[in-house]
Write a protein that binds this ligand. Sequence first.
Ligand code: PEP
Ligand code: MG
Length: 757
Amino acid sequence: MLDILRRIIQDINATRDLNEALGLIVTEVKAAIHTDVCSVYMSDYDRGEHVLMATDGLRPGAVGKVRLKLGQGLIGLAASRAEPVNVENAPAHPAFRYIAATGEAPFHGFIGVPIIRRRKVLGVLAAQQREQRKYTADEEAFLVTLAAQLAGCINQAEIRQALDWLDRLDGDALAGTLFLEGVASARGLAIGEAVVVFPAAELNRVPDKDIDDPEAEASRFRQAVAAELAELQRLSDRMRLLLAAGDRALFDAYALLLGSDSLVNGTLDRIYAGNWAPGALRATVLEYANIFTEMDDPYLRERAADILDLGQRLLNRLQEAQAINRHYPDHTILMGDEISVSQLLDVPTEKLKGLVAVRGTDTSHVALLARGLGIPAVFGVSNLPSGRLNGREVAVDGYTVRVCIQPSPALRQEYLKLIAEEAELSLGLQHLRDLPAETPDGHRLELHANSGLFADIAAARDSGVQGVGLYRSELHFFLRDHFPGEEEQATLYTRVLRMMDPHPVVLRTLDIGGDKPLPYFPIDEQNPYLGWRGIRISLDQPDLFKTQLRAMLRAGTAYPNLSILLPMIGSIGELSEALELLRSAQTELAEDGVPVRTPRVGIMVEVPSAVYQIEKLIRMVDFASVGSNDLTQYLLAVDRNNDRVAKLYDSLHPVVLAAIDHVVEQVRAAGRPISVCGEMAGDPAGALLLMAMGVDSLSMNLGSLLKIKWLIRSVRYDEAQALLAEVTNLDSAAAIRDRANAFLDQHGLSGLLRVGK
Ligand code: PEP
Ligand code: MG
């Protein structure tokens, strides 16, 4: 049975539309379980009916015509119970309905299995037999398994069908029907033209191919090299504004490699020997990469990866369809299975309006980069048919985490209106720039920015932000091909502190692992969020940790605005060890004659165990910052990047609120400041409740900052506290969110609500 099941699923995947897929299923299932009839009924909830969509065994003319009211007949019974109905003699069953149009009078044996996707009954897969027949437990299990697989396939098939419609329609008839959901986003709205970037061609899979005209092939290759050199120069220049010199060094190294004769001449020799350019390139690149791989010096050994990467870029160039050098329309929505940082940076900033990708999560570095740069994005759109979307109009809605392909004129108008309203709101809030975040009854909070790049630090400074509450140091580690050394890091952190001076900057030590493995430090784990992550890696690799601490401390010698934040602290032992390593880094520096100051040190409260030991932990440090993103996922046992459970993830869950409330109370009782730096701080309902709890500061993406300031300046503290007291009695995140949003609405803050969840 398993083999048959596999084959059917494979066959379904190869079909082009829903009808073809269903037709194939009924035929294959009928044969597999040796029955007289197999049919699929789909649920049409708008019309309140189950519709016969495919059959093998009933009259073909009945397809699309036979319609049963929801809940009617044995089909309706299987759907409403959401479980299989298996009866030996159907006409004797009280729920049986005779439908003449199907020509089914003589059938007795019946089995109906619901097709369910995410709790919704999409339809029923049914089999019938002329004679009385009770389908066996194995047959029932086969149909149940098939129906479960089918649920996923139907969705794919529907999308393909919708796209076929898109191909045919003359513009508007069916447009706007195709919404695709993602799992992660950068907030904001955008509308523009899709520019699809393809995954890089795989260099080591390129075949050899004979050519007739080596001269033409050589010239094609030379052009690719020249174009790549120009490209690298352009990228390096663009990155100057965004990245430190160390981060850009990679591009300079590539340019050097291209300038050297060996790689280029080696390829040309092979071309003149009769191989086509991609094959000649592959052979040459692999030959050189191997030479480096064999070297003793670890640094030189690592250059093999650079050579391979460069080879890949050249190959992309050679393959015109995958060339990086493309035309970008004024309103570009960059789209692809996976978008790399360099693909993102390749688009002129003023033209890049949005991002959409199959892969990518809330914390993937391209998502963090998008947020840092204020570009709306939707990631994790698992059924994105990117291959067919180039040039189409696309709306990106980072608030509802949805993408709308080719919106209808009415929808398009709606998006444009919302985008204009957003821009207006932002403009209208500019006057708050230099005003304090203070409620009408005099309660004041500090609002800080989350950051991780020079670009967003500069933007934060220029918008009058009073500090950086979370600097994710790992972002710089992602943008290079090896761990940066102490010198390099010290220069980087000094620049960050100088840019914000005299405002405080909270530098967080490396938080890699989880879903954020570094390309050059792969961690392969079954359960990465519960694995080697954050401080756990730092403590196990004291060399890396101390290098980073020394670099931070050195930056702090010139700029006293430094605070150090330790991520993922889960126990007193971990914190003691981390503090011990910090002390020894200080001692070493002092011994080296570097005049170190003692920085303020804080912990992230994002692991549930820290919530319940906060009383002790907080006395060991100067401040605490709640990481609501991780705290929510760990308290609710919901992977923050998994679309199957995304609906369960909400930081307004009463348990999360209670945990944060407890932390705030304990930290304040210890006389230390408490901040929140997860996404909740920039969510209006979240910020409102956090303020009511008495947090001292909120740190968020720059884009949310003035909106949250507006909120704070519009709501009395005592009213917010009353709201908090009221919602803590509610049972669910949804009820709390509804109540908080209604409160915001009553206070004239409905303009903020699109900013929230
Ligand atoms: C958090 O967990 O809330 C947080 C701010 O850290 P990160 O999102 O980087 O894990
Ligand atoms: Mg975290």
